[in-house]
Write a protein that binds this ligand. Structure first.
Ligand code: PDD
Length: 287
């Protein structure tokens, strides 16, 4: 069965899906996106993802392409048509099509594209050994809280990680603190067992996985600190890990080539990965 995409009101075979050459997403990166995990055929944490979409759209003054309720129906229909069990839904809203001009067009309609992708299983080696990250200066703009499709610095950072044999780049701000990864949030566990991740601000994307995990650990007797942490602190940490809608919770065992803790996935990290996967199982079963 061919995979389908949803493009501005129509379900079309993925290979034939097209948008106009003057879509402002294409010319100006004038648009936003969301990546929603799908587990056992169900959208996980759909409401917070749609809330974040609303926030991103609002910050850029792009109108909703359709009502939230209608969008939820389209997401489900695409998952059904593509028989998606585990993977992600990608949805992108741009300011629409208009003759190229930097200022907002007066009459464009927001353009909506939705695709799905099957999960690429995390390699067993990554899970068993954890993944390496390299660090790079954070050269992004000062509104990283908006999930904008303008991802060039993130793309360059990921490519540098790949070329260095790493899984991810952790981005370092002007004060020497870790902001986040190129497409993931960054976490450490201090030697005295405190869980630390950067506080929410315009310096990071407020990850839905990050927030879900913070909510999940609230019930446990853990000290959680949402604050800046330096690269030096990360390198001296007992454990480190990253979170995202596609990686879930993934141990980080090397930073710039140096082992984190004993160089093996941390005990708390693996427990939190299980906690998050149970959350997805429960969420899927409850829907
Ligand atoms: N990336 N930080 C950045 C810069 C991201 O792009 C992402 C998500 C995250 C994690 O957010 P969440 O937990 O909501 O997935 C943090 C997605 C997966 C992507 O661009 O493909």
């Amino acid at each position: 069965m061919p995979r389908h995409a949803y493009v501005n009101g129509r379900y079309v075979p993925h290979g034939e899906a097209q948008v106009h050459i003057e879509d402002r997403g294409y010319q100006f990166a004038d648009g936003v996106y969301e990546v929603v995990p799908v587990f056992a055929g169900r959208l996980i944490d759909e409401e917070p993802h749609l809330d974040r979409l609303a926030y991103s759209l609002g910050e850029l003054r792009i109108a909703w392409p359709m009502s939230r309720a209608a969008l939820k129906l389209v997401l489900r229909e695409l998952i059904r048509r593509n028989s998606l069990a585990n993977g992600i839904v990608y949805l992108q809203v741009t300011r629409g099509v208009a003759p190229r001009d930097h200022r907002f067009p007066e009459h464009s309609r927001p353009a909506l594209v939705i695709t799905t992708r099957r999960a690429r299983p995390i390699s067993p080696a990554h899970l068993a050994n954890g993944v390496p990250v390299v660090t790079l200066p954070d050269i992004r703009w000062r509104r990283c809280d908006i999930k904008s499709v303008s991802l060039l610095p993130n793309v360059l950072a990921k490519q540098q990680a790949v070329e260095a044999g790493a899984y991810e780049s952790w981005l370092i701000d002007a004060e020497g603190c870790v902001t986040e990864g190129s497409s993931t949030n960054a976490w450490i566990v201090t030697k005295d067992g405190r869980l630390v991740t950067r506080d929410r601000s315009a310096a990071i994307l407020s990850g839905i996985t990050r927030q879900a995990l913070l909510d999940l650990v609230e019930v446990e007797q853990l000290i959680v600190e949402e604050r800046r942490f330096t690269l030096a602190e990360a390198k001296a940490a007992a454990e480190a890990f990253l979170t995202s809608s596609s990686s879930f919770v993934l141990p980080v065992t090397r930073i710039d080539g140096a082992p984190v803790g004993d160089g093996k996935p941390g005990r708390l990290t693996l427990k939190l990965r299980d906690t998050y996967i149970s959350h997805m199982n429960h969420a899927a079963a409850a829907l």
